[in-house]
Design a protein around this ligand. Structure first.
Ligand code: ADP
Length: 402
């Protein structure tokens, strides 16, 4: 579809999670300006939609009664609102975060019936996320079948890992069936690496560990801008302790729970994904801010285990990299919680890391170096998965048009 001279068009990004859909509108172009962003939260509960313009000013707020809005309904509301916000400007394409691309879909891909069938086939590998990611795609395909939709995969960044890093010690037939390590948070890591290439080229080419510490948390070992290993594996429950997820757990624990306590799959899923992590260990909250503000010893204990697990996994990834040159913190906790950064870096002193406390405590936000003058680089780099999807979507559209 040719672009009009006067309006290059916009790119709409959707990032659908289990109970929310984040969305953003950008000018078309690899560095296209952000026009609006927002989210619908508490889907299935008392849903709320909020949208801000590029200056952060609120431009729309709506709420729905309990249970009135699911992912399909929310997408329809976002489309309706987007139309009114764009005031006659056209959308050139939609970009979607899709958690699982399997081993075949290793770069952003235009959706058609064949690709959609492949993504449906991958649902059993990510049953808690993939169906939510696919719901908006179906609604948009019905409402605007002529518009391109581009899927960007959380697994894709990790496909550069060596074969050994992607395997479990399982019989080959299971590996061949797809029971292997995929890794997630790839769009976040991809964004950080792109930012570092632009702003810190000396660091970008070295051996890094990027710590994506949010409600979901993982580490990625990166060498020369490519993923070498990561803490998440077959699912997003592996690796680090998270807000409500266990992270790595001896599989024997699952057998014990099944045999001694009669756990079935759905009870195990609830335990592994929703009742554990910071929430389960503290018995107080999954949210780092709440735990930091709590004076309870159980809160401090949960944070201590969270940090311990990160430091242990950094050691493992440093071995996979054959040495470590820099550490990067990102996502809600990594960007904002100076105490977690200080405790993690303290645990990595043996690797040559030390912080400049004043720089670490500077709550100014934005990208910054926080290491002591004579120590290896430690950076805070705010992540922006939606921006990464907008770039890929724009690139796909511009390539098709050229
Ligand atoms: P998600 O994985 O849902 O995208 P986020 O990246 O938004 O999660 O991270 C959420 C986590 O970040 C929560 O534990 C929250 O408490 C923490 N967080 C956000 N802001 C701060 C802050 N200022 N200080 C400490 N922790 C924070």
């Amino acid at each position: 579809m040719p672009r009009s001279e006067s309006d290059p068009g916009c790119v709409a990004v959707l990032n659908a999670g289990s109970s929310s859909i984040k969305f953003a509108l950008y000018e078309l172009g690899t560095e296209g300006a952000l026009l609006f962003d927002g989210q619908v939260e508490r889907l299935g509960g008392a849903a709320q939609l909020k949208v801000s313009d590029q200056s952060g000013k609120s431009v729309a707020e709506c709420s729905w009664p309990r249970g009135a809005l699911d992912h399909h309904g929310a997408t329809a509301e976002i489309l309706k609102l987007g139309r009114s916000l764009l005031a006659g400007r056209r959308i050139a394409a939609f970009g979607h975060r899709v958690v699982h691309g399997g081993v075949k879909l290793i770069r952003p891909t235009r959706l058609d019936a064949g690709v959609l069938a492949e993504l449906e086939r991958l649902v059993p590998l990510a049953p808690l996320h993939q169906p939510h990611n696919l719901a908006p795609i179906g609604v948009i395909a019905q409402a605007a079948p002529h518009l391109p939709q581009i899927a960007c995969f959380d697994t894709a960044f990790h496909r550069s890992q060596p074969a050994l890093a992607q395997e479990f010690a399982l019989p080959r037939a299971l590996t061949d069936e797809g029971v292997r390590r995929y890794g997630f948070h790839g769009l976040s890591y991809d964004y950080i690496v792109t930012r570092l290439r632009e702003s810190e080229p000396d660091v970008a080419g070295r051996r890094l560990i990027i710590a994506h510490l949010g409600n979901g948390a993982s580490l990625c070992a990166v060498h020369d801008g490519r993923s070498v290993a990561s803490t998440m594996g077959f699912t997003a429950v592996d690796g680090l302790m998270m807000g409500t997820r266990t992270g790595t757990l001896d599989p024997g624990v699952l057998l014990y729970l099944m045999e001694e306590h009669g756990y079935d799959a759905s009870r195990l899923e609830d335990l592994l994904y929703r009742q554990s992590g910071l929430l389960g260990v503290s018995g107080i909250a999954s949210d780092m801010r709440t735990l930091r503000q709590s004076g309870e010893p159980a809160a401090a204990h949960a944070i201590a285990l969270f940090v311990y697990r990160i430091v242990r996994e950094i050691g493992s990834l440093a071995a996979a990299l054959g040495g470590l040159d820099a550490l990067v913190f990102t996502a809600g906790i990594g960007e904002n919680d100076a105490a977690t950064r200080a405790e993690v870096v303290q645990g990595c002193a043996w690797l040559g890391f030390a912080l400049d406390p004043a720089r670490n405590d500077d709550g100014g936000g934005g990208q910054r170096r926080i290491n002591a003058a004579d120590a290896r680089p430690v950076l805070v780099v705010p992540t922006d998965e939606e921006r990464m999807i907008a770039r890929y979507t724009s690139a796909a559209v511009l390539q098709e048009e050229s």
